[in-house]
Write a protein that binds this ligand. Structure first.
Ligand code: BGP
Length: 465
């Protein structure tokens, strides 16, 4: 028999600043790495995005109609401190304060991500996360937010998908003269982010004793391709290097032994200064947020260079590592139109594993299906595939709850259509459609999709689907 969802379960939805706001140079906002990237994909216009910056009040009214108990969004660092360090932009603070007040007016709990891929470009030009000074810049930026918004926010997320930033720098924009950083540099950046995150979690606890804070990583599970023992080792490598090693650091403050061997063998160990590990250890998360999209199937890699090619769809998370692991197709699982594997049961498995390893409450901060939704001329969007996708995942969350896993919220990606990180605007995720050119109109009109009305019922009934 399934356990019901707890009464205070946080039914929500997510977005991130650069994907939803637009207004890229408005009201004193500085430039971020995202603003400076070459966006080659068709119609990926981050300068306008969904124009949420200007329309947030109407959007929040729609979120209220949807019934959201919580809304997860990110703050654009460059609105608050345009150059990453130095001058504070009051208009930026006012904007987020108003947004948060508006959410509270409707009884919607804000979940705030401090940093979602959009590093200030000035910091990037000074070396980005490879430069140790970025630690202090991030801590200072967070202090400004805690001091101004601390009383109004209960849930903070530190860095969105640090593992994606490190493992797929090309997908999220960490350019250095147009070139991707070396692995050695990336693991140094990773280390600095960890120190920054550790300090920020401790700072949050001291400045905002009523608040909770946690990391938000892209977590998933893997299956070994066959019962061959070498495949089991490769699958374990994958799971550790892509997931556990990041969470072990964020929660236990420890460099995982397998990660360390991997780094040492390649000469990629970061420079660790005295006191760093103490800081990382002393930043204790109150919960773990996970972004979950799909799973991987892994076999042994004998070291072929071609093993790095994605085989299981075009999702970047599926890249292999010669000599360490190789991605495979999974004959039991379907894919989205964009080639991402659909695996609701994998969510239950991931929740179990994360809970078992860290014993911390879990928030699902992202999960969703990207699709080229069709707007009909009667202003409807029949996204049955999205309903099916989310329904299947909610069923598995309930299974995990019944297993005994502590899950306290679900924030599908996305509350409203956003610009996809690497596949433009046609790849849509929202419950609300944003018109960006259909019927020769570029009026940014909002249209409730079928999934909107469906999710509304889910929330109303506290998950009785
Ligand atoms: C996650 C990011 C989000 C979002 C999502 C979907 O990794 O945290 O910002 O973009 O993936 O990915 P995409 O937009 O590439 O389809």
């Amino acid at each position: 028999k399934l356990k019901p969802f707890p009464d205070d379960f946080l039914w929500g939805a997510s977005t991130s600043a650069y994907q939803v706001e637009g207004a890229w140079n408005t009201d004193g906002k500085g430039l971020s790495v995202i603003d400076m990237m070459n966006h080659s994909t068709e119609s990926a216009d981050f300068t306008v995005a969904s124009d949420h910056y200007h329309q947030f009040k109407d959007d929040i009214r729609l979120f209220h109609e949807l019934g959201l108990k919580t809304y997860r969004f990110s703050i654009a660092w460059t609105r608050i401190i345009p150059n990453g360090t130095g001058e504070i932009n009051e208009q930026g603070l006012q904007y987020y304060e108003e947004l948060i007040d508006e959410l509270h007016r409707y009884g919607i709990e804000p979940i705030v991500t401090l940093y979602h891929f959009d590093l200030p470009y000035t910091l990037q030009e000074n070396g980005g996360w490879e430069n140790r000074d970025t630690i202090a810049a991030f801590v200072n930026y967070s202090r400004v937010l805690f001091s101004r918004l601390g009383k109004k926010v209960t849930y903070w997320l530190t860095i969105n998908e640090q593992n994606t930033l490190i493992l797929h720098p090309g997908a999220v924009g960490m350019p250095k003269n147009g070139e991707l950083p070396s692995k050695k540099s990336l693991y140094q950046q990773n280390h600095h982010m960890l120190v920054a995150q550790g300090e920020v979690m401790a700072l949050c606890h001291s400045m905002c004793p009523q608040a909770k804070i946690g990391p938000a990583l892209n977590m998933t599970s893997m299956y070994q391709a066959t019962s061959k023992p070498e495949d089991a080792i490769a699958a374990h490598n994958w799971e550790t290097l892509r997931g556990w090693s990041f969470l072990d650091l964020a929660t236990r403050g420890e460099y995982n032994y397998l990660l360390w061997r991997y780094l040492e063998e390649r000469g990629w160990q970061p420079k660790i200064e005295q006191g760093d590990l103490k800081i990382i250890k002393e930043g204790n998360p109150d919960f773990i947020a996970i972004n979950y999209y799909s799973t991987a199937t892994i076999s042994e890699s004998t070291g072929e260079k071609s093993d790095v090619m994605p085989r299981a769809g075009d999702q970047q998370i599926m890249l292999g590592e010669p000599g360490v692991y190789r991605p495979e197709e999974n004959p039991f699982l379907d894919k989205t139109k964009y080639g991402w594997i659909i695996d609701p049961v994998g969510l239950r498995l991931t929740l179990r594993k994360v809970y078992e390893r860290y014993s911390l409450p879990i928030l699902i901060s992202e999960n969703g299906i990207g699709a080229p939704d069709q707007l009909n001329d009667d202003l409807t969007v029949h996204d049955t595939y999205r309903i099916n996708f989310i329904k299947a995942h909610i069923e598995q969350i309930q299974q995990a709850l019944t297993d005994g896993v502590e899950v306290f919220g679900y924030c599908p990606w996305a509350a409203i259509d956003v610009v996809s990180t690497h596949q433009g605007y046609n790849k849509r995720y929202g419950f609300i459609y944003v018109n960006r050119g259909e019927f020769d109109l570029m009026d940014l009109k909002r249209v409730k999709k079928d999934s909107f009305f469906w999710y509304q019922k889910v929330i109303e009934s506290n998950g009785a689907i």
